[in-house]
Design a protein. Structure first.
Length: 413
């Protein structure tokens, strides 16, 4: 393996707003941060020109096995999922399952490459990516995502989730496929218990996911209560199971949209449970009309992040793995536009998601791994305003070839 280039980022503005600094990177690690003009020579020099430099972006939720498949299905699932009140969310999922019939692994690889190249282009260096595991998909999606993870190693770090999208109890044999997926190299065990028909089956779904996770010492990611039904309680089930299994801090809750409809007394008890279990929450408010109570969760000390969720598939028309864009949309959908709000949103696409998926070194401090973005704009507000592609991206201590990534992603311009 070749020795990583040394890099110095000159005249960088930090989020603190203090004087400009030079950031030195050696051996893939941030080795020095000092006043601008004092950084030494390096193999590669980047002039930030007073623009903001921060940790790179992290996406905790992406259905990478389905990117760019919307044209194959049409708008039926989209209309049901995004309908008022989200009462037809289950119908949307059942309709969207048709995309897996005869899905070609080669086409999945090409679409996945484009999505990951977009991620690199926009400074999104770490992704937790879900692959459906069921009677229709088998382990095809996991195999494709494992190949993509290996191909993009050092550029975009991909955590592969074996995801029981269509259920476990209602899809006999899926439990065995989850075990098989972990043997194939999946990193995370995923579930969606609310899709089951009864509360008993939902609880059994949660138990099975944790059984697999314990067997392989793996984290858990579950899509929970993703419909307009205030009676859904699978988030509580997951947090209770995490406590019972001593899986503290290793379970990530996705969506939790029914939370918006919960009575306040129940919500307050739920927050206490989430805190005790160390459950983090990822919300994707841009992909559905309901969303988790992001502001209230954050105020209560729960780790909240924002996810891309989908890229041009049956559930969402747009998306380009640009987490600044996701935060910009979140500012509007969540009405978070004060300066503290914007700083919180920025945390939700950088340091918060990093912690949620177990990245221990994702900080712009000396001694930490160098995963950084040089943005357009000198402040978080300006970065969000334009949500432009970064001037430069450093991933795993190496400068990303953004021109090549933009070409692979077919980014206009």
């Amino acid at each position: 393996m070749t020795k990583p280039d040394s890099i110095v980022i000159r005249r960088a503005q930090r989020r603190s707003g203090d004087d400009l600094v030079d950031i030195t990177i050696q051996g893939g690690v941030i080795t020095d941060i000092q006043d601008a003009g004092r950084g030494g020579a390096a193999d590669i020099e980047i002039d930030a020109a007073g623009n903001l430099v921060t940790e790179s972006f992290v996406n905790t939720h992406l259905h990478l096995d389905k990117v760019f498949t919307l044209r194959q299905l049409g708008d039926a699932a989209l209309a049901d999922y995004q309908g008022s009140g989200m009462g037809k969310a289950m119908t949307a999922i059942e309709t969207a399952a048709a995309v897996k019939d005869g899905q070609d692994p080669g086409a999945m690889l090409e679409a996945g490459r484009r999505a990951l190249a977009m991620a690199a282009f926009y400074g999104n260096t770490h992704i937790r990516a879900l692959a459906d595991v069921d009677s229709k998909a088998g382990t095809r999606g996991v195999e494709v995502l494992v190949a993509l993870r290996d191909e993009f190693a050092g550029v975009v770090d991909v955590q592969v989730v074996a995801f029981a999208q269509d259920g476990i109890v209602r899809e006999p044999g899926t439990d065995a496929l989850l075990y098989r997926s972990m043997d194939l190299g999946a990193d995370v065990v995923g579930g969606i218990p609310w899709i089951e028909y009864t509360e008993a089956d939902m609880a059994a779904h949660v138990k099975t996911v944790f059984d697999v996770a314990v067997e392989y010492d793996a984290p858990v990611s579950m899509l929970l209560d993703d419909a307009g039904d205030p009676g859904l309680r699978t988030l509580e089930m997951m947090a209770t199971e995490a406590l019972g299994r001593d899986w503290i801090g290793r379970a990530l809750a996705h969506h939790c949209r029914a939370m918006q409809l919960y009575p306040d007394p129940y919500f307050e008890r739920l927050v206490s449970l989430l805190s005790a279990a160390g459950v983090a929450v990822v919300s994707d408010p841009q992909t559905g009309p309901l969303h988790a109570r992001v502001r209230e969760l954050a105020a209560a000390g729960i780790n909240v992040s924002l996810g891309q969720d989908d890229i041009s598939d049956a559930y969402y028309t747009f998306g380009r793995n640009n987490m600044l864009e996701v935060a910009f949309l979140g500012a509007h959908l969540l009405w978070m536009m004060t300066e503290p709000d914007m700083e919180s949103l920025y945390d939700m696409v950088t340091v918060n998601p990093a912690a949620a998926i177990g990245l221990e070194n994702h900080e712009m401090t000396v001694g930490k791994l160098a995963n950084l973005v040089v943005l357009e704009g000198a402040s978080v507000a300006e970065a969000l305003r334009f949500h432009a592609a970064p001037r430069a991206v450093v991933s795993h201590g190496q400068l990303v070839d953004r021109a090549a990534m933009g070409k692979a992603a077919a980014v206009p311009g």
